[in-house]
Write a protein that binds this ligand. Sequence first.
Ligand SMILES: Nc1ncnc2c1ncn2[C@@H]1O[C@H](COP(=O)(O)OP(=O)(O)OP(=O)(O)O)[C@@H](O)[C@H]1O
Length: 701
Amino acid sequence: MSNFLENSLQYIKGIGPKRAKLLAEELNILSVKDLIEYFPYKHEDRSTFYKINEIASSQAYIQTKGIITSMHTVGEGRKKRLVAELRDETGSLELVWFKGVSWQQKNLKLNKPYVVYGKPALFGSHYNIAHPEMELLTQTKKKMTGALQAYYNTTEKLKQHYVNSKILSDAIGGILQEHYKEIPETLPTYLLEKYRLMGRQQAIMNIHFPENIKKLNQATYRLKFEELFYIQLGILKDKFEQSQDTIGYPFPKVGNYLNDFYHNHLPFDLTNAQKRVLKEIRKDLGSGRQMNRLLQGDVGSGKTIVALLAMLIAADNGYQSCLMAPTEILATQHYEGLSEYLRETNINVALLTGSTKKKDRKVLHEKLQDGSIHILIGTHALLEDVVQFKNLGFTVIDEQHRFGVAQRSKLWNKNHRAPHVLVMSATPIPRTLAMTVYGDLDVSVIDELPPGRKPIETKHIFDKNRNKLYQFIQKEIEKGRQIYVVYPMIKESEKLDYENLESGFETLSKVFPAPKYQLTMVHGQMKAAEKETAMQEFVSGKSQILVATTVIEVGVNVPNASMMLIESADRFGLSQLHQLRGRVGRGSEQSYCILITSYKLSNDSRTRMETMVQTNDGFEIAEVDMKLRGPGDIHGTQQSGVPFNLKIAHLTKDTAIMQYVREIALKILSKDSELKLPENALIQKQLRLQKLQNVDWSMIS
Ligand SMILES: Nc1ncnc2c1ncn2[C@@H]1O[C@H](COP(=O)(O)OP(=O)(O)OP(=O)(O)O)[C@@H](O)[C@H]1O
């Protein structure tokens, strides 16, 4: 790697120490290499020049050429502004600056030709452009850029220090002009030739300063290819090594436990999707290798029963199973649900949570060790060292993103061999993304809901229309149904959020007074036992309205609840809204989800509300969610569990390239799994570098 690229930015013309520090803090751009790999978010065609008399107010941004014929300031002090007249042979317009007035006045040159870019507005009969981008025509001609101009994202803080897109573009231009030949190639020649990829030097040049649209497209493709290729290759290589190593318990047979349950106690027929997934699991369990499988399915799609059937296969082969849930409420519900399914069978199920009493624990530990408990359900408490199984062979983890990978692997220590692992997730993520995020897991999808479910009707209403809503709630309660009311709760505004929750609860208590109506409140600050009791009131049907924060987000199953009312719905992410909605529509009655917001909404919030109203399909929602958040949104990326930041590719828009490079990576590894062939030396080196630099691989290995 060339040394120059590793240099700090402070010596770069147009940057200097102060801006270099800011770029490091704000955008994590530290070196010259980081800067030239900071890719623009868009390009604008600057090949068209408007004549001044062609400007119309409907035009967004325009580019024109002209001569500044006069300049003067208007107003005083903070209201002072600079007005300049720009003329061409067809007419004139005004250019106006409210900020940096004296700087502009000093730098603008009268009677010289300028290229001007900005958004025209009509004042009276005359157009003006406020704060236009200006460049002397001679400068534009000298620059290496063609007609396509790159634009770079910056932050508010950077803008305050005048580090805008143009400053970045100029700095990058300066670097590339002198050092472009030092940019190293990162893909071997045979790949460049076979897949007709642009060389890296040319690609970097063209992404910042495209010669033309065709070259820009080739450059973009090449850089996305490279980025996704190395991600896929890294994941596949790890996975390949892992599957070679881990021998699993073989579960060759299907015996009485499964057959008896399947034929005599299963209260419904499995959907085709459930059958297909069960087959996939059975194949894994019989293979002799350890299973690591992600079971994805929308809320209420029937994942739990599939997990149960797999646990019965474990029992048929003489092994115990456990099911871990992220909260005590969920673990208890799973326990109750599974006990009910298994009521008339010889399978023993037990529950272990933080609240299990000491003396019960002792008995439970003994029964686990002598093998008389077949299935143990619980929370983190399962991971404690004192919990020892006779022979744990199968583990189900519900909602894995709440468990760290480290916790997952802690279960291994309970055995000589790693048990099979089935991770259940109701967060639908696009399949290609799942392949990337859960690189070490195979993916099964239940993409079909059990029959007879009525689609949930979703409505978005504004705050002021509450009264009508209350009448509707009353009717539902009269029909014997129950209602969830959910409030947002985040750390940053916790105090205010509690106040809202409590005042919402009070208002509802007045509208729906006792003793006719019973309301329950549940929130995160309550003790586990209090929460449990309160939830139980709702689960048992004693109370009709549950006012809660998102503690109820995952897994709670009350089939009689027919309405989910979400307050300040714009403050929730799409996936979270969908999860919440999934709490209703579990019975045979028509269910509703009501999203309440104030009148004023940002564009993103409006899209979220519209998406929820339009579709019930979790995968579709996940796609929109990813698109709204975008791969550049680091916070969003963390939320979705994606363990790396992408510089140019887009996780949902570039799925075709992702798939393509995955196949290429597979082909390479199947021929040369350790990347030892001389032709792959560069790939090997690059992969190692990338692992060190960008990616927190520990999250997925
Ligand atoms: N094939 C089926 N036919 C009819 N009902 C089914 C079927 N499979 C599951 N169910 C029922 O559907 C409901 C939801 O199933 P389950 O709780 O397993 O879903 P899930 O995918 O685990 O949901 P969640 O992610 O919301 O917890 C349960 O009441 C279950 O008994």
